[in-house]
Design a protein around this ligand. Structure first.
Ligand SMILES: [Zn+2]
Length: 200
């Protein structure tokens, strides 16, 4: 993909960072260090705010990566190979070599990402409840929130988001025609998009 560069390679999958991620990474770190953490936890000192903020955004990057890897692991289980994962401004995208063969495969591959984000989010919130250390607690709380958001947001049925892919799988199963299902899922996705704009 253009404007992206490889940062690591996991199990034969090239993990690439889109340049927009540098912007997002900075914005997340900045808003945590200068706005969110000082507001919620006064009195840490500038250096500590930035340190905790940098660690939090690095783990945010890790969260998006785990989401995409979950898609890739389930896809591999169904014989669909992932060549690369690109992390960009909206999250991530996994490039797969082929299409899932059956609606059920597609639903499980698409569902794996949001499910992993929701599980991680819930788990981090639980751990946060037992953590007394203030900086670690702040980091866990924000990551828990962002993972739950990531999981929920991706379940919105707007194709080509995960929720839209699950919808396509259901329509594909009902209609028995992948292409018609894709058209329908894309139309629903467009309506969802208009609804979000109208409500927003
Ligand atoms: Zn996803």
């Amino acid at each position: 993909m253009g404007s992206s560069f490889r940062v690591l390679r996991i199990a034969g999958i090239s993990v690439e960072l889109h340049l927009s991620w540098l912007v997002i990474g900075f914005l997340v770190t900045y808003s945590l260090a200068e706005i969110q953490f000082p507001h919620d936890h006064p009195g840490w000192g500038t250096g500590l705010y930035w340190l905790v903020a940098a660690a939090t955004s690095l783990l945010f990057f890790g969260s998006v990566l785990v989401h995409e890897l979950s898609h890739a692991i389930v896809a591999r289980r169904f014989g669909v190979r992932t060549t690369s994962i690109t992390l960009f401004i909206f999250g991530g995208a996994a490039a797969m070599e082929s299409e899932p063969r059956r609606p059920r495969d597609e639903a499980l591959i698409a569902g794996a990402g949001p499910i992993s984000s929701l599980l991680i989010g819930g788990l981090l919130y639980l751990v946060d409840l037992g953590v007394q250390q203030e900086q670690f607690g702040a980091l866990l709380g924000w990551l828990g929130f962002i993972n739950l958001t990531l999981g929920t947001f991706n379940l919105i049925p707007g194709f080509p988001m995960d929720g839209g892919r699950i919808l396509r799988a259901i329509l594909w199963r009902i209609r028995g025609d992948r292409y018609a299902a894709t058209r329908n899922a894309a139309a629903v996705g467009q309506m969802v998009g208009y609804a979000i704009i109208a409500l927003g």
